[in-house]
Design a protein around this ligand. Structure first.
Ligand code: F6P
Length: 350
């Protein structure tokens, strides 16, 4: 496909995050103003194509309101799970997706999603023979082949702000406050947020949690004269705690365990979906602008089955095949691990 692409679809897929509306706006603006394409915003991720009647809206830049740039969520809607039938069995919607794309006359699709969405959409688009360009978004920042995904910086800001607010109350009551962040299989949010917010310990899924070693570290903090501490734990660390029940949070468990072992009062704050909502920070708006531009340029140049990415301080693009090999976790020799250590933060063992 080349610049002849006249009608393109845009959808957001997977868990939402800050910056989605900004990137949808950037795509529409450039595709319409620079190429005269028709841009259709698909409602609720793939559901807008697989359900009958198809749900979409034409994205006309002049109709897109200015608050789009700084609004949270996805005004198109998103889905973060498959579509079960009435008996809760997952249904193969490839043909329905292909039919939907044909019905709308799509020549190409720009999909804004995380690593799971890239894999699923790559499969759907290959089946439908629909050229696809991916744009990475996820607060978890775990999409392969890109150093940054839209939404990550805003989520890190939430964690950092939360720690700023929790530090004085921890200090007033001489407590340990544990902050649980999102991050199912990767600890990027916890690592970056913990460094920015001055945590004393950061626990991530990629590194071993040794509870006694955390207790020793916190005792050392207290005996040094500072009678409070902050700990950040990523939700994915729960996989290392075999006794946790499905509904129990790893942060609450950690606070209780610390209190029991050290005698120091501890509390837990779980940030949850706060990390996904709210206005995108400046960095996410910049990424949205540059990723939107590059995605449209790729389609205009005839590229397909690629994802835009951010590496070494600039936007590039990579084959989707390289992206869909599973999540990008925190590397053991990552410079932020070294930075955490240099700041005296307990970061666990490899
Ligand atoms: O966006 C990714 C993520 O934030 C994970 O860290 C988290 O486990 C998940 O989404 C929760 O998503 P939901 O509550 O929408 O199922």
């Amino acid at each position: 496909m080349t610049t002849q692409a006249k009608t393109i679809g845009v959808l957001t897929s997977g868990g939402d995050c800050a910056g989605l509306n900004a990137v949808i706006g950037a795509i529409a603006r450039h595709a319409v103003d620079s190429y005269g394409w028709r841009v259709l915003g698909i409602t609720d991720g793939t559901l807008g194509l697989t359900h009958t009647p198809r749900r979409y809206c034409e994205l006309r830049p002049e109709r897109l309101s200015a608050p789009l740039l700084h609004s949270g969520g996805s005004f198109l809607g998103s889905i973060s799970h498959g579509e079960p039938d009435s008996e809760q069995r997952l249904v193969d919607r490839k043909q329905a997706f292909a039919d939907g794309a044909e019905k709308l006359g799509l020549d190409a699709l720009i999909a804004v999603g995380g690593d799971g969405s890239m894999r699923i959409l790559h499969e759907l688009c290959s089946y439908a023979r629909l050229p696809m360009i991916g744009i990475p978004k996820t607060i978890d920042n775990d999409v392969r082949e890109t150093e940054r995904a839209i939404g990550f910086a805003s989520a890190v800001q939430v964690v950092s702000d939360a720690l700023d607010r929790l530090q004085p109350t921890a200090a007033s009551h001489h407590r340990v406050i544990v902050v649980e962040t999102m991050g199912r299989s990767a600890g990027h949010i916890a690592l970056h947020g913990g460094i920015c917010g001055g945590a004393d310990a950061i626990l991530i899924p990629e590194r071993h949690l040794e509870i006694e070693s955390v207790v020793t570290h916190i005792r050392r903090v207290f005996s040094s004269g500072r009678r409070h501490a902050l700990i950040v734990v990523a939700e994915g660390v729960r996989a290392q705690v075999s006794t946790l029940k499905a509904f129990e949070s790893v942060g609450t468990w950690l606070a209780m365990e610390l209190e029991k072992r050290s005698g120091i009062e501890a509390r837990c704050t779980t940030l949850g979906h706060l990390q996904r909502g709210g206005s995108p920070c400046a960095e996410d708006r910049r990424l949205a602008a540059i990723f939107g531009l590059r995605a449209v340029e790729l389609l205009a140049g005839g590229s397909a089955d690629r994802m835009v990415c951010w590496t070494k301080g600039a936007a590039h693009d990579v084959p989707l095949q390289d992206v869909i090999k599973g999540p990008r976790t925190v590397e053991k020799n990552c410079s932020f691990i070294a930075a955490a250590r240099s700041l005296g933060i307990w970061i666990g063992e490899e």
